[in-house]
Design a protein around this ligand. Structure first.
Ligand SMILES: Nc1ncnc2c1ncn2[C@@H]1O[C@H](COP(=O)(O)OP(=O)(O)OP(=O)(O)O)[C@@H](O)[C@H]1O
Ligand SMILES: [Mg+2]
Length: 371
């Protein structure tokens, strides 16, 4: 069966509830679209070792624990949650910058599908299972944009070398063709071709972020993980860079996973939002639904910290307690110790991410009380 034949949410790759909104709704005109990315039960546990000579493993930090979602081509999915909830780990594990502990990351192939080195199934490969060699032809398709452009750009390299390096590493082009491509890309991100001879220190924070974006997009990727890509910038510069990311998405057909603390930023740029708590997705829905009617108590807690919440958004809950430690999680729902709706079941059973209403997924034993 080819991916186009697969009727989501029960396509050939899918073995569990399918937190996808768009393809499940043929009325939206997107019923035949296949996801670019299907993540299933992805886990990344970091070992906690004892001090001393033998460093025995004494525990683990469950930084990403059973992450499951679909990402449609051209979509922007926001990943939000408090510091330490596992957003960066999730992004990096999807891109295989970190080795997954378990789970599947199905990525839809383009031309690479013809590469005999790749074990292709229905037009997809499971990135989590590929060897380093098998990953090489796919590295150009997946890129990351980081929070701090100053530390992610080599201060000893000129802009030309920073932006052109990936093309040389992957032997895509060189010489005058490379120079032309660098000039084009610098223009695309709002810099000037004559900036190519300057070093990163000679740019403002916003301009440095544009250099980082140029480098990430040089290889014409399809999936880009933006990890707090605008968090370090002034508000006015943030808006410019977000607009740039949106323009480039339309122009280059990019699909984004957009990691951010700032819910206002996420609201502006994302089609859907996945709210994470202690390594798990606790709510996944269209952006508008998340803000208008959050269906997980933790989402309500996050929104209560937004300066200008929607006056119609229900917030009548009192929260107590500390953020969960992913290295020492309680039994049952990790949010239970802070949750005003907590009952006995929450202390024993970890709730799964389930389809609670149209296009909405929540992991809460009491989500019916939040309608
Ligand atoms: N290399 C590592 N070794 C051990 N623990 C790690 C490692 N990287 C991350 N962690 C732990 O995993 C958890 C998730 O970290 P992660 O950086 O993914 O969170 P985050 O949501 O991106 O946080 P922030 O918003 O502060 O960037 C944290 O408890 C963190 O301490
Ligand atoms: Mg992070």
């Amino acid at each position: 069966m080819s991916p186009a034949d697969s009727t989501l949410p029960n396509g050939p790759l899918l073995k569990e509830p399918h937190p996808d909104t768009r393809s499940a709704d043929p009325a939206a005109g997107e019923g035949t679209l296949s996801p670019l990315l299907s993540v299933r039960g992805l886990c990344k546990y970091f070992p906690v070792k004892s001090k001393g000579l033998f460093q025995k493993q004494v525990g683990e930090v469950r930084a990403a624990d059973g992450i499951t979602f679909d990402l449609m081509p051209g979509e922007t999915l926001g990943l939000v949650g408090e510091s330490g909830c596992g957003k960066t780990t999730t992004g990096r594990t999807i891109l295989r910058a970190l080795e997954p502990t378990s789970g599947e990351v199905w990525f839809r192939l383009g031309e690479e599908g013809a590469d005999p080195r790749l074990p292709v199934k229905d037009g997809y490969v499971d990135l989590a299972k590929l060897s380093e060699d098998q990953l090489i032809p796919l590295r150009t398709r997946m890129q990351m944009i980081f929070q701090d452009p100053f530390s992610s750009l080599n201060p000893r390299m000129t802009v030309r070398d920073i932006v052109g390096e990936p093309m040389l590493i992957h032997k895509i082009c060189k010489g005058s063709e490379l120079e032309d491509r660098i000039s084009d890309m610098l223009t695309k991100v709002g810099l000037k071709p004559e900036h190519r001879t300057r070093y990163p220190h000679a740019f403002s924070g916003g301009q440095r972020q544009r250099i980082g974006i140029a480098r990430a997009l040089m290889m014409n990727p399809s999936l880009v993980v933006c990890d707090e890509a605008v968090s370090a910038l002034d508000v006015s510069v943030q808006a410019q860079v977000i607009n740039l990311l949106q323009d480039l998405q339309a122009e280059m057909g990019l699909t984004y996973i957009f990691i951010a603390h700032n819910l206002d930023v996420v609201r502006h740029i994302c089609d859907r939002i996945a709210v994470m708590y202690a390594g798990r997705i606790v709510e996944l829905a269209k952006t508008e639904d998340i803000f208008k009617h959050p269906q997980h108590p933790y989402t309500r807690l996050l929104l209560s910290a937004v300066p200008n919440p929607d006056p119609d958004t229900p917030m009548n809950m009192d929260f107590t307690g500390e953020v969960a430690d992913p290295g020492n999680l309680p039994q049952g729902c990790a949010f239970a110790p802070r949750c005003p709706l907590c009952t006995e079941i929450c202390k024993h059973d970890t709730p799964s991410l389930l389809n609670v209403s149209k296009d909405r997924y929540s992991a809460c034993h009491h989500s019916d009380q939040l309608f």
